[in-house]
Design a protein around this ligand. Structure first.
Ligand SMILES: [Zn+2]
Length: 496
């Protein structure tokens, strides 16, 4: 072997060895975290920060991607924008507090969605830790238990468990040793449980600490990006405002009160707060319209419905459309073995929802797994026995929800619907859909049982749609006058 060949062999070996990723077993979690602290500005500097203010602007995916007009995975998504964001971090308490002004970037029926009013969020537990300084401080806390070290793509991953048993993973870039992402899990009404990963990009030094300029959070459902954050500035060791808890989302906790109103013989309205829908008696079973909001509200409505007629139980649910507030009780309904009736196009998203396991946050379906029983509707489906006939129809011309159905009881002339009309809406952007659907199928309703609001007469429906369309047009005119061009404006109304 010549000298030249030896050199060549040695250099080949060197390349092979240096190209191998560092073996995860060779590293201790503590040393990986300390390397990251060193890269961010040094362990002492990192530990010396008491508080942090991050300002900027962000966009969030409405309903985690569950509010598109169609349930198709590639349907265009709806975003909300948060401007003038201030996110404060308490590094000792490991909590965060965010204030911002929010506006929806799609037409929304309630005025608060477009008012850019200031609002606030208290963020605790894992929800406060999707910032590298917070995640690193949490991982290095004496009460935290460090777990396995592994490799994922370019990143060394350290698992760590907080004192309250919350498990997180921190990915550290192998090249620059800076935190690349943090990952955690949370309960989800529609999806059982969800894994969140927040990526940190574009580190810039501030006061001796390297901090990211960009944040992107994605979930393990349809690979949806659910939020992006653009940083404008950082300030270290600021005076913190009082971290006060804001309001909750739809549904809410506690044991829900169900209000029952008999609408006709064998037809009831079952409502929790302002949301609910009809229950209809058949010869040997009950049919429910919508399982709205969440598991607690839906199981409460099902349980009360099952007491209405001795020996008859709810066996079927009509799902008006897939939006995540309207399908919040689907996993609960399937856990009771109920059959879901909806537009054929929604079968796919329903199977996605129902098939997801939730081992860390077991809900009714995780505790009692059941298969999805689904009856598809195209244009028209008749549900009929010797006692009752209910017609299920597709909704016509509704750009808020294309894969949608409503139901009609011809004998009692009762129409049952979700989001075709809501007496509580400030603006109706799609006002034509209601009477377009009624006329398309030659129906003659006198009573409306909605998901949102209250039981109304058809006259009330028509009068209110008219005033809601007018109000939406006035809103557009006001914006236009000051040079603001809102999504949804100008309002198109098929019944002008
Ligand atoms: Zn709705």
């Amino acid at each position: 072997m010549t000298f030249r060949k030896i050199i060549k062999l040695v250099s080949v070996c060197y390349i092979v060895i240096s190209a191998l990723p560092v073996s995860a077993q060779m590293m201790s979690a503590q040393s990986v975290l300390e390397d990251a602290a060193e890269a961010m500005g040094g362990l002492d500097r990192i530990r010396g920060v008491d508080s942090l203010l991050m300002t900027g602007f962000s966009q969030t995916l409405n309903q985690d991607g569950g509010s598109s007009s169609s349930s198709h995975p590639k349907a265009p998504k709806k975003w909300a924008a948060q401007n003038d964001v201030e996110r404060y971090f308490d590094l000792d308490d490991l909590s965060a507090y965010q204030t911002h002004r929010q506006g929806f970037l799609f037409p929304f029926a309630l005025a608060f969605g477009h008012s850019w009013a200031p609002s606030s969020q208290l963020q605790e537990g894992a929800n406060a830790l999707n910032h590298p300084l917070m995640a690193l401080r949490a991982a290095l806390a004496s009460s935290t238990e460090l777990g396995a070290v592994s490799i994922e793509d370019d990143n060394i991953v350290v698992e760590f468990t907080l004192a309250d048993d919350t498990v997180l993973w921190l990915g550290i870039n192998q090249l620059n040793k800076l935190p690349a992402w943090v990952r955690w899990m949370g309960a989800h009404a529609n999806l059982g449980q969800v894994t969140y990963t927040t990526w940190f990009t574009g580190y810039v030094p501030f006061d001796g600490v390297r901090l990211p300029n960009g944040f992107t959070t994605e979930i393990d459902w349809r690979e949806n990006v659910v939020s992006v954050f653009h940083v404008d500035s950082y300030e270290l060791d600021v005076e913190l405002p009082e971290f006060v808890a804001g309001g909750g989302g739809f549904g809410g906790g506690g044991s829900p009160d169900v209000v029952v109103t008999e609408v006709a013989d064998g037809v009831w309205d079952l409502r929790v707060g302002s949301n609910g829908g009809a229950v209809v008696e058949f010869e040997d079973h009950l049919l429910m319209f919508e399982v709205y909001g969440n598991e607690a509200n839906s199981l409460a409505r099902i349980d009360v419905a099952n007491t209405l007629v001795p020996g008859k139980e709810v066996t079927q649910v009509i799902l008006s459309h897939h939006h995540f507030d309207h399908s919040g009780g689907i996993r609960a309904a399937v856990s009771r073995g109920l059959t879901i009736i909806s537009k054929r196009e929604n079968e796919g998203i329903l199977r996605e929802m129902v098939s997801r396991p939730a081992p860390n946050f077991p809900d009714a379906l995780a505790r009692n797994p059941q298969p999805l029983h689904f009856i598809p509707v195209d244009e028209h489906l008749v549900l009929e026995d010797a006692m009752r006939r209910v017609d299920v129809y597709e909704v016509i011309g509704h750009m808020h929800m294309t894969d949608a159905v409503f139901a009609y009881i011809p004998e009692e002339r009762i129409l049952m619907q979700g989001d075709m009309f809501d007496i509580g809406w400030d603006w109706h952007w799609w006002g034509g859909n209601y009477m377009d659907s009624v006329e398309h199928f030659n129906l003659d309703p006198i009573t409306d049982i909605p998901v949102h609001g209250r039981v109304s007469t058809l006259e009330e429906v028509i009068t209110n749609i008219g005033s809601q369309v007018s109000a939406a047009r006035e809103f557009c005119a006001r914006d236009l006058a000051i040079g603001v061009y809102m999504a949804g404006c100008p309002v198109k109304y098929s019944r002008d």
